[in-house]
Design a protein around this ligand. Structure first.
Ligand code: GDD
Length: 389
């Protein structure tokens, strides 16, 4: 992997956001210059051996899951957290078959669990992390909730790095590139509190029977604009440094993941950035070691285009509403920016009144969870956990 090094970065207290870096070549020898960085196979393997890739999934096509799993580079661990249908049409059972076959043939270490596993409900309750549970004692629906389950399993597996890839990807080889880019970003970082967020080069769409290679997704363009405005509210300087507000594909050091709060639903990715600014910019956090070491955010543009399952307009609308709601309710925001958000949401037909902007629930960092205890309850009560390898 050969990538550009960031030529420009913006600094907000102890947080450094690097401008978008491009991929120059998918394979390379080790290269280190002022402007470029190439990674040898051995360097990549070293990071991979300490990484877990988490795949959240809910009722996706089996072909897509199968392709994603087969494309994840060798050397890392995989955790699949499913919230798929069970019962008469048992989608989870099909996923379990795919995972078992995958392990049987490849021997790639892989763990699978269902988000509604009673063992998870009991384990979260016993370690005092009730905020993830619904009123019946099961883990709530939601991608962010699935990500937290994955994080805890990655911690149990002893990983130093975690990366997330969606299961609804139509181009398996792009997943291979995503994971290698995670390794590249984590490897050039100077701190153990690092996040790598991917920016897709193109998001193609079929328009009038031909493929059109769009640069920006509809939601991303708007979310990024308002995240950048949020920064300008505080600094007084306009910026366009943030290009990865909705980056579903991202990775972190476990040290950062442990002190990260998570917003429910599809606000999870923009909220990660807001949380970093709210918590670490002014240095008032309880996580002093992160302030001392510094927090770095890398944004890397992929070579592959991103083609995923289209979930329809309502899904896009919900994603935009939840993304802008996190900015609206941020304590770094001000009345003027809130007014602009209200107008933007009205213009997009998402709200009629500002009272319709609902605050997303926030789940606190998982750092204080005793994973040994968690594992003990999971082993005793889980009905779906499979750990291969
Ligand atoms: N475990 C679990 N639980 N997984 C879920 C759940 C859930 O309740 N809901 C969705 N997923 C899985 C999906 O199956 C898919 O693999 C992944 O999470 C992404 O969810 P989608 O609903 O397909 O979102 P999207 O593809 O439209 O949006 C993605 O890209 C956005 C940026 O463009 C997501 O990654 C967004 O979070 C991201 O902002």
């Amino acid at each position: 992997m050969l990538i550009e090094l960031p030529k420009h970065s913006e600094i907000f207290g102890c947080i450094k956001i690097h401008e978008v870096q491009k991929v120059l070549k998918l394979e390379s020898d080790e290269v280190q210059t002022e402007l470029l960085r190439g990674f040898s196979k051995e360097e990549m393997e070293e990071i991979l051996s300490r990484m877990t890739i988490i795949v959240p999934i809910k009722d996706e096509k089996m072909h897509l899951l199968d392709g994603v799993l087969r494309s994840i580079p060798l050397g890392c661990k995989i955790v699949v957290v499913s919230n798929s249908q069970r019962g008469e049409k048992d989608v989870f059972r099909m996923e379990r078959d795919i995972v078992s076959d995958f392990y049987r043939v490849t021997k790639h270490p892989i763990t699978l669990i269902h988000q509604k596993d009673p063992g998870l409900g009991i384990a979260f309750k016993e370690v005092g992390y009730n905020c993830i549970l619904d009123e019946t004692g099961f883990v709530r629906n939601g991608k962010a909730e699935g990500m937290i389950v994955g994080l805890i399993l990655a911690k149990i597996l002893g990983s130093d790095y975690v990366g997330f890839v969606d299961a609804d990807n139509y181009i398996p080889c792009s997943v291979n590139e995503y994971v290698r880019l995670y390794c590249a970003g984590l490897s050039i970082s100077k701190t153990s509190y690092t996040m790598v967020r991917l920016h897709w080069r193109y998001k193609p769409k079929v328009i009038e029977d031909r493929l059109y290679f769009r640069k920006w997704g509809r939601v991303s363009e708007i979310t990024n604009r308002y995240l950048n405005k949020l920064l300008a509210v505080q600094t007084g300087f306009e910026t366009n440094i943030i290009k990865t507000g909705n980056a579903g594909e991202h990775a972190m050091t476990m040290k950062l993941a442990e002190i990260m709060a998570f917003s429910t639903g599809y606000s999870v990715e923009p909220y990660q950035l807001i949380y970093l600014f709210e918590e670490f910019w002014k240095g008032e956090t309880e996580f002093k070691e992160a302030v001392k070491s510094g927090v770095e955010v890398y944004q890397i543009e992929t070579l592959n285009p991103h083609i995923h399952e289209e979930k329809g307009d309502e899904h896009i609308r919900e994603m935009l509403l939840q993304s802008l709601a996190t900015i609206y309710y941020s304590k770094l925001s001000n009345d003027k920016l809130r007014e602009e958000i209200v107008e933007e949401l009205k213009k997009n037909g998402l709200i009629k009144r500002r009272t319709e902007i609902k605050k997303n629930d926030i789940m606190p960092p998982i750092r204080s969870i005793d994973v040994k205890e968690f594992r003990r309850f999971l082993d005793e009560y889980s009905e779906t956990l499979i750990m291969y390898g």
